[in-house]
Design a protein around this ligand. Structure first.
Ligand code: NOJ
Length: 549
């Protein structure tokens, strides 16, 4: 099997240099990236074939959303076998070849680990159902008798994130807990077998050579003792804003401390990044204390509007929260769960992660490009979601009959419009599914997407793809850019963000109109056309400029 990654760090030329602290990490959503076998569904062979593209884009690592054996009730976040690849994505040999090739190209591989719940087709859950109430094998999940005279009511008032009750009744009358879809039963992390199993799964993938893990629902594994009711609140509103009995419980940290010792046993600096939706950046920081995980996604940043004061506040708060624990801040604008930022920022308020309106596309793209240069100028590690480098908008008009997001089918849940950011990406101007594969695409692509393809944008200096390539390359040429844990804010008119980093200045105009500023240095990169005057210049609306000073 694959050797672990020992090539020199591409930023510093050294090995063992905490490569992850300022890494640009690219998220591949395997079913929508590239289809190697022409069945309309992306796969590992497809990803492997496109690794040179990712190397040329300049990213440091690739995070792959789940590719494990799964009935795909939640696009692979319902895992039936954590040590097998789903046939629709390939085989373990394909995974091995992918890891090997990536390492040869200097790319690290991060895989998704889904420890909060399994699929209802996981062998343990099938056993739990077969064995019946009282069986020790059932205790690896949360089974409870129902309330009411005949146990006909769920054991408590918890709601699923996807809508509806968080409990489903098994044929024998007991209920089981699922914070997501009924096909995703929650593990009982108080059971030692669960903890042992996941330590073993970690080792399995580390032995395969992966460089790290993205931990799904990292804040959800431990539930409050006794599974207490929440009371008459709108639970969806509380999510991420308050501590819930099923999220962000103290007990999760012991799990991550035990995982950290495993990661540290392996050489090559293997890392873990937490998907932890917590009420504050300070609570998120607890997941990345020195003996826990390495990074946590910054969802407060992802949720910020395109507004100067709000962005400055979240940047400051994020850096301040991470500083005491010594972890790098992270920055993210899009992922497979939220409306792409080119569409969020196309809508007047630039808010909302489940938008259905296309808004003003040109404005959205202009702001998205500016937002990317802002993100890549901040200290820490940045996450890029496949297709954002093409400036892809969300597909807001997918017909209901093609939708697959499980939350779309659950009453009273979130809108379920995550399919809009999951449409397969275009590689070529023409051809079946614009080069995604030879057999169409599992979600229909808009017929304008040939013009947004990699082929269409490559070599066009004004394209979003070339902007990303230049920005990531410039970040590498100025190692000070991703380094450190602070930015120095400069005086700037209201609605303009200006900050200095080592030998470098970043200016962002969020006022909506051009603003005249003194020229701070020499232009490195601008997200839009720029005209420089003598000692001063007009910073166009919704534009970011990088300068060396
Ligand atoms: C977070 C994942 O990003 C999302 O896609 C999934 O539905 C839930 N966790 C449940 O696993």
């Amino acid at each position: 099997m694959t050797q672990h990654f020992t090539a020199p760090d591409r930023l510093t030329g050294n090995t063992g240099t905490q490569w992850w602290r300022d890494a640009v990490i690219y998220q591949v959503y395997p079913r929508s990236f590239a289809d190697g076998n022409g069945d309309g569904m992306g796969d590992l062979e497809g990803v492997r074939g496109r690794l040179p593209y990712l190397r040329d884009l300049g990213v440091d690592a690739v995070w792959l959303s789940p590719f494990y054996a799964s009935p795909q009730a939640d696009a692979g976040y319902d895992v039936a076998d954590y040590r097998a690849i789903d046939p629709m994505f390939g085989t373990l040999l394909d995974a091995d070849a992918l890891i090997r090739d990536a390492h040869e190209l200097g790319l690290r591989i991060i895989v998704d680990l889904v420890p909060n719940h399994s699929s209802d087709q996981h062998e343990w859950f099938k056993q739990a159902l077969r064995e019946g109430p009282g069986s020790p094998l059932r205790a690896r999940y949360h089974f409870r008798p129902g309330k009411g005279a005949d146990g006909e009511l769920p054991p408590n008032d918890w709601e699923s994130i996807f809508g509806g009750p968080a409990w489903t009744q098994a044929p024998d009358g007991e209920w089981y807990l699922h914070l997501f879809a009924p096909e995703q039963p929650d593990f009982n992390w108080d059971h030692p077998a669960v903890a042992d199993e996941f330590r073993s799964i970690l080792r399995f993938w580390l032995d395969m050579g992966v460089d790290g893990f993205r931990i799904d629902v990292a804040h959800g594994l431990v539930k409050a003792p006794g599974l207490p009711d929440i009371g008459g609140h709108d639970q969806l509103k509380l999510l991420g804003n308050d501590v819930m009995p099923f999220f962000d419980q103290e007990g999760v940290h012991a799990i991550y401390r035990s995982w950290r010792t495993i990661l540290d046993e392996y050489d090559g600096e293997r890392i873990a990044v937490a998907e932890a939706w917590t009420p504050t950046v300070e609570r998120t920081a607890a997941y990345v204390r020195p003996d826990e995980l390495h990074q946590a996604f910054n969802f407060q940043y992802l949720g910020a509007p395109w507004e100067a004061a709000a962005l400055r506040e979240v940047i400051d708060a994020s850096l301040a929260a991470m500083r005491p624990v010594g972890a790098p801040a992270t920055w993210v604008l899009s992922n497979h769960d939220v409306t792409r930022h080119a569409t969020r920022f196309a809508n007047p308020q630039g808010l909302g992660t489940q938008l259905r309106t296309p808004g003003d596309r040109e404005l959205g793209l202009r702001r998205a490009r500016a937002a990317t240069l802002l993100m890549l100028a901040l200290p820490g590690s940045a996450y890029v979601y496949q297709g954002e480098e093409l400036g892809l908008p969300d597909v807001t008009d997918l017909p209901d009959e093609v939708r697959q997001d499980p939350s779309f089918f659950r009453a009273a849940g979130q809108d379920g419009f995550r399919d809009g950011c999951r449409v397969p990406i275009p590689w070529t101007v023409e051809g079946s599914s614009y080069g995604f594969g030879s057999g169409g695409s599992w979600l229909p692509q808009p017929d304008t997407w040939g013009g947004l393809s990699v082929e269409a944008q490559t070599g066009d200096a004004d394209s979003t793809l070339e902007l990303y390539r230049r920005a990531i390359a410039a970040r590498r040429d100025h190692p000070g850019l991703g380094a450190g844990d602070d930015v120095q804010w400069l005086d700037a008119p209201e609605g303009v963000l200006a900050f200095a980093r080592e030998g470098f200045v970043c200016t962002v105009n969020l006022t909506g109109s051009p603003v005249r500023l003194a020229t701070p240095g020499r232009v490195v990169l601008a997200s839009a056309q720029l005209t420089l005057g003598e000692g001063q210049f007009d910073l166009p609306a919704d534009t970011t400029v990088w300068w060396t000073v």
